[in-house]
Design a binder for this molecule. Structure first.
Ligand code: SAH
Length: 351
């Protein structure tokens, strides 16, 4: 076994810190035993904190209209081939009813930045979900909003908010987004959300065009400052109707190693094994759990719209009913010796 790799892993575990050089070394080193050493270290920490339980979140993709034009995303405003849809309030509430019946205790409402859904509508929706499902958590993932809007959602009862920062490096940010968007604004939103009291999730895609290990190091420094409750990472996967259609897919291996590094840096953080990871590798989500992740986000959207919420090509689980999807995940989780948690799955500091 390569000693430097092992030393870095041990030091990372003991100090919960990593240098720029060591990060690059761990992410790119080639050698089978070494990666297992890292995965095992991360898994041990995750098992200590979460006791082999995997938290499930039911994902409701309620609109694919978006005012933004992110270069990587399949539902960008400029994609004229996207077949646009919005779920009605009734449809969203019915997803939650089905979700609770099959055991979900968290609903994630995700969508493009769709001006049709005003703050009042979101507030109303959150209140209704919380009234009908008082023991469930509501997570929003609807992009950048003013502080006052976030505050309204929180006061209405929303518990958590997911907003990936995408990259902490401003120059890299500008290579992934049009000039109308800024990394500084995105970071400000995350600090606003945290200050308001949400459990907050940031995150990145692995292997976006022009990304370097230095950028990932900057992402880690940003996360150390923000101290998010959740970190969502998955490989970048090209979508055929975007400017990045010919760019290579992000590496599953680097994603798995980064999951382990994040678990060792942030022992208590909620770390999803994402759908993108499961798309890039058919056993990607299982490998993610075995590398230290502890959350999965099965799709609860109505089957007739799933094909339309295509952020990237080849997205999995677009044909199954919610109940099938959740049974399939349960089997997958049990097969690797883990089990599905029964509670809401809050961050350990929130319970
Ligand atoms: N509008 C919301 C939700 C965005 S979709 C928001 O701004 O937060 C959720 C995440 O999917 C994005 O943050 C992005 O990191 C990821 N994503 C988008 N396109 C992708 C692609 N081509 N490959 C992999 N992940 C992608």
């Amino acid at each position: 076994m390569d000693n430097r790799f092992k030393d870095i892993t041990d030091r990372l575990k003991d100090t919960q810190n990593i240098s720029r050089e060591d990060l690059a070394y761990v992410l790119e080193f080639e050698g089978e035993d070494n990666r297992e050493y890292l995965f095992e270290a991360a898994r041990t920490v995750s098992e200590k904190v979460f006791h082999k339980e995997v938290y499930l979140r039911g994902l409701i993709e309620f609109t694919n209209y978006c005012r933004n034009n992110c270069y990587y995303c399949g539902i960008r405003a400029g994609n004229k081939n996207a077949d646009r849809y919005r779920l009605t309030e009734e449809e969203i509430l019915s997803c939650c009813d089905i979700g609770e019946k099959i055991g979900f205790k968290t609903f994630v409402l995700q969508g493009g930045e769709d001006p049709h859904f005003t703050d009042d509508m979101i507030v109303d929706l959150v209140k209704k979900i919380k009234e009908k499902h008082p023991s469930c958590a509501v997570t929003l993932s609807i992009g950048e909003k003013p502080h006052e809007s976030y505050k309204k959602y929180f006061d209405a009862g929303a518990d958590r908010y997911l907003l990936r920062h995408e990259t902490a490096n401003e120059e890299h940010y500008s290579m992934l987004h049009p000039a109308s968007m800024s990394g500084a604004e995105r970071k400000k939103c995350l600090f606003d959300l945290k200050e308001i009291g949400f459990q907050v999730g940031c995150g990145i895609m692995v292997g976006t065009p022009h990304q370097t290990f230095d950028h990932i190091y900057e992402d880690i420094v940003f996360m150390q400052e923000l101290q998010p409750h959740m970190i969502g990472i998955g490989p970048f996967i090209p979508h055929k109707d975007t400017p990045f259609k010919d760019e290579p897919e992000g590496s599953v291996e680097v994603t798995l190693r980064l999951l382990s590094v994040l678990r060792l840096l942030f022992p208590k953080v909620l770390l999803p094994a994402t759908t993108a990871l499961g798309t890039a590798d058919s056993l990607g989500r299982e490998k993610g759990i075995l590398a230290g992740a502890n959350v999965m986000m099965p799709n609860l959207s109505p089957v007739n719209v799933r094909e339309k919420y295509l952020l990237y090509d080849g997205k999995i689980c677009t044909g199954e009913e919610a109940a099938e999807c959740s049974m399939c995940l349960k089997r997958r989780v049990e097969k690797i010796g883990f089990r599905i948690a029964e509670g809401r799955g809050d961050h350990p500091d929130f319970v």
